[in-house]
Design a protein around this ligand. Structure first.
Ligand code: SAM
Length: 323
């Protein structure tokens, strides 16, 4: 059996609030936002980041919900850059508030930015997200390009029958700009039938992009996630393919996740969660916090919980876990 990869990446969900209502993300009809006191304070998040760095986490991605809706996020980003041991601070956003926050975030030291954008059409954006914010997101992307965030990655969840006629147009963003456009397989977050209907495997996505020419693979960095990265002829940027469904990547998964309510998850789709908030609020020492990370790392498994008869996400929703 192959050795597990070194676990060096933590996704930190700082809020479960989001302005958008993406159809694939969360079963919004049943979703209830956490009461504010249930969400970890920035001080608590910084302590957790310190404990994570002490056990070998090098990369932290701030996520949500939508991280930019939380007040004080810019200051948090600045402070996170000063946590000893961390070498990469990244943020994932839907981009709605990026136009106004890109510059303060850049000044706070942020360079690694992921923007979620599944379509280039305003009406379709409204259909997917339930909100009419395409123009704000586009302005945010332009602002981020002007400021020179790098790497700047655009995450597109591929939805058969909804946005799969735009795959080439989305890919061409990486021809015209120094961005990495990443196509992500749809994961089954709640309704199995919806997933069956809209799932498109990454091999099919690759075939649809064949007209872009031969894709040259790029080598992976130590903190790289499961994306396979390529460059197409004449492109300023790159293309990435993420296949959580068709190609299990548990054996190379280097990440842990902390939910907005302070629960540490070794696996996105597993059932294990370790409560960090209770010990934290009872005055846990740094050693104790570190031991929770060691426990979570030891519980990472090589084999995915897929496929199961019940494919849906167990426990909290994607909007709380942070993707
Ligand atoms: N609001 C931020 C954003 O939009 O990037 C961060 C949170 S969002 C939950 C993180 C990522 O999870 C997004 O790129 C989103 O597209 C992805 N995601 C959510 N549900 C998904 C699903 N069912 N399958 C694949 N990706 C999903």
């Amino acid at each position: 059996m192959e050795p597990l990869p070194f676990i060096n990446y933590l996704r930190l969900s700082i809020t479960d609030r989001c302005q958008l209502r993406c159809s694939y993300c969360t079963y919004w009809r049943e979703w209830r936002q956490l009461p504010a006191p249930e969400i970890l304070s920035y001080e608590e998040l910084l302590r957790i980041a310190g404990a994570a760095a002490a056990v070998g986490i090098r990369k932290i991605r701030i996520t949500g919900g939508e991280p930019l809706v939380r007040r004080g996020v810019v200051d948090f980003v600045r402070k996170l850059h000063h946590v000893p041991g961390l070498t990469q601070v990244c943020l994932t956003t839907n981009g709605v508030l990026l136009g106004e926050l890109a510059e303060p975030l850049y000044e706070a030291g942020l360079r690694h930015l992921n923007l979620s954008l599944d379509t280039l059409r305003r009406d379709r954006y409204r259909q997917i997200t339930g909100r009419d914010n395409f123009q704000e997101v586009w302005r945010g992307l332009e602002r981020a390009l002007d400021l020179g965030f790098h790497p700047l990655k655009i995450n597109c969840v591929v939805l058969k029958g909804i946005n799969d006629d735009e795959l080439v147009d989305l890919a061409l963003l990486a021809r015209d700009h120094p961005v990495q456009v990443r196509f992500i397989e749809l994961m089954p977050t709640f309704f199995r039938r919806w997933w069956d209907h809209h799932f498109l495997p990454m091999d099919a996505v690759r075939r649809r992009l064949a007209g872009l020419g031969p894709l040259r693979p790029r080598s992976r960095s130590a903190t790289a996630g499961p994306a396979r990265i390529f460059r197409a002829p004449g492109f300023k940027g790159e293309l990435g393919f993420i296949s959580p469904m068709s190609k299990h990547h548990c054996g190379s998964c280097n990440r842990l996740r902390l939910t907005a309510s302070g629960r540490l998850r070794p696996c996105l789709f597993g059932e294990t969660e370790l409560d960090l908030k209770t010990p934290l609020r009872q005055g846990a020492s740094s050693d104790l916090l570190e031991s929770f990370f060691e426990m979570a790392i030891s519980r990472k498994s090589r084999s995915s919980p897929f496929p199961t008869s019940d494919l849906s996400l167990r426990g909290p929703s994607m909007v709380s876990i942070g993707g």
